[in-house]
Ligand binder design. Sequence first.
Ligand SMILES: [Zn+2]
Length: 128
Amino acid sequence: MSRASEKLKTAESFAGKVDGPLWRHPTDRRIVLPYRFAAAVALMQSGMEDFSVIAAAVGLKVVQVRQIDTAQTPAVRLLALKGIPAGQFFRLQTHVRCPSCRSLIFTAPCVACSSAQAEALLEQNAAD
Ligand SMILES: [Zn+2]
C-alpha cells in the first residue's frame, strides 16, 4: 500500500470526510494527520474542554473532535503523547477564548500563554 493511501485511510477511519491539508510533525515522521486534527489537539492541550467550541474553531464535526479526544488513530495518540511542538501555532477558523488567559485567540495554542511559558522556562534555566 502506498503512503498516500495509508494517510487517506487514517482520515477516512474518522466519522465523515476531513477536508484541508495534512500536517506533519517537524521531528517525528510517524505523525502525519489532517491539519484540523492537529489544531484540535492543540486546543485540547491548551485546556479547552468544550467539544462544540473546538469543532467550530477547527472546522470539524463534534463527533470527530470526540474521536480525537479518545485518540482513536495512532498519529493522534502519538501527537497527544508528545505534545504540540514549541513554536507551532495552528490557525483557527473562529476566534475562541483562551482557557488560561481568557483573551480572544485565533491560533492554537495561545501565543500570549506560550510566550509566557517560554519566558518562565528561560528564567528557570538561568536560575539553575
Ligand atoms: Zn492565553
